[in-house]
Design a protein. Structure first.
Length: 376
């Protein structure tokens, strides 16, 4: 994109009071940002009001600095792109959503592939969930994503703590692609603990944002980016979520976009499962295996792909007859409850729990609680 064209798009996005909807009306009327800024006051006023028309005729004070920052960013790294709503390379699936972003910043090895018409609509699944998952929920996210990666399905998520991070990691461990849609400018990583993960995604996938470079992690940005996560994907899988989780926003948007919504059930006693259970009650498809999602999307799994949810280590523990494993069940359990169920004294019980924890079959949670795990 030429600097003058980029400058016009940035100016449109930076003009106070001009949101996506008003910008789309202006583009529909005049054809391009450059044309908008060549209009007279009277023509602009007809499509909005005099206040917005005056704002459009004044160049934002931040435009020059933003243009310089963006050009430097594009030139200082490989696989970096800015794609606009008027670009033929704009992802077709995002044109179908209610509020398509005006601009998309992209960085990563997939940046060229996603704008290639032959690959723009590759099979993608969104995976979202709690920022504070249970160990089992995080493990499920990683194993499902690994199975999706092996089956050639690209995993789309939001780079947040918890389920998002595990989903990105699992997809790459499975040899698949992954796309992170973030709520900041691409010149920063949030949360900072995912800096190394973000670098891996750039090497093996792509990070996308509609927000200009320099945009900090404002709370309002994260619900907005969810429509892009669902919009890029053929379906959305909610792995673990409380009733107030932002993941339910993504699921709702996916449903409104006519996409499939999937949810993994959990314990009836776990607050982190209630969001998934609510979605299932509302018609989301209950899934126990990655294979369930692949079949619903009519995608054949890759040869040798392991359907997540039937890990060998879990099957062994399930059939081992270990009385403590059986006593744990599948809910979060206290030490006192385990003593009552097994009759084991405290030293013996704690020693055995430590052994199971080291074997990856049990997780120790805050508050002296324990949870049985499926070993990956």
């Amino acid at each position: 994109m030429e600097a003058l064209e980029l400058s016009a798009w940035l100016r449109l996005g930076l003009t106070p009071g001009i949101g996506n909807e008003a910008a789309r009306r202006l583009l529909a009327a005049f054809g391009s940002p450059q044309a908008i800024f060549h209009q007279e006051m009277a023509a602009l006023s007809q499509l909005g009001n005099e206040k917005l028309a005056r704002a459009l005729l004044r160049e934002p004070t931040t435009l020059a600095a933003q243009l310089d920052t963006t050009l430097q960013w594009l030139e200082s790294g490989t696989h970096r792109r800015v794609v606009t709503l008027g670009d033929s390379a704009y992802p077709p699936s995002l044109l179908q959503i209610e509020d398509p972003p005006l601009m998309l910043y992209m960085t990563g090895s997939l940046a060229a592939a996603i704008v290639d018409p032959a690959r723009a609509e590759a099979a993608r699944i969104a995976m979202v969930g709690s920022r504070n998952p249970t160990p089992q929920g995080e493990g499920n996210a990683r194993e499902f994503a690994r199975a999706f990666g092996r089956a050639g399905l690209c995993v789309v998520s939001g780079l947040a703590r918890g389920i998002d991070g595990a989903a990105h990691d699992g997809a790459m461990l499975g040899g698949g692609d992954t796309i992170a849609v973030v709520g900041t400018g691409l010149d920063r990583v949030y949360p900072k603990k995912h800096l190394a993960l973000a670098h891996r995604i750039v090497e093996q996938g792509m990070i996308v944002s509609e927000f200009h470079l320099g945009t900090p992690p404002l709370a309002a940005n994260f619900p907005r980016r969810n429509r892009i996560i669902s919009g890029l994907s053929r379906g959305t899988l909610v792995v673990e979520a409380a009733l107030q989780s932002g993941s339910l926003i993504t699921a709702r948007l996916a449903a409104e976009q006519g996409k499939d919504v999937f949810a993994i059930p959990g314990s009836i006693h776990s607050p982190q499962s209630r969001g998934c259970h609510a979605l299932i009650k509302q018609g989301a498809k209950l899934v126990e295996l990655a294979q369930d999602v692949l079949e619903e999307l009519q995608l054949a799994p890759a040869t040798g792909a392991v359907p997540a949810g039937r890990e060998d280590g879990f099957e062994e523990a399930e059939t081992s007859g270990d009385p403590l494993i059986q006593a744990l069940g599948f809910d979060v359990t206290s030490l006192d409850a385990l003593q009552a169920r097994t009759g084991m004294d405290t030293p013996q019980l704690q020693a055995r729990l430590l052994e199971l924890e080291l074997e990856g079959l049990v997780a120790r949670l805050p508050g002296g609680l324990f949870q049985r795990l499926a070993a990956g």
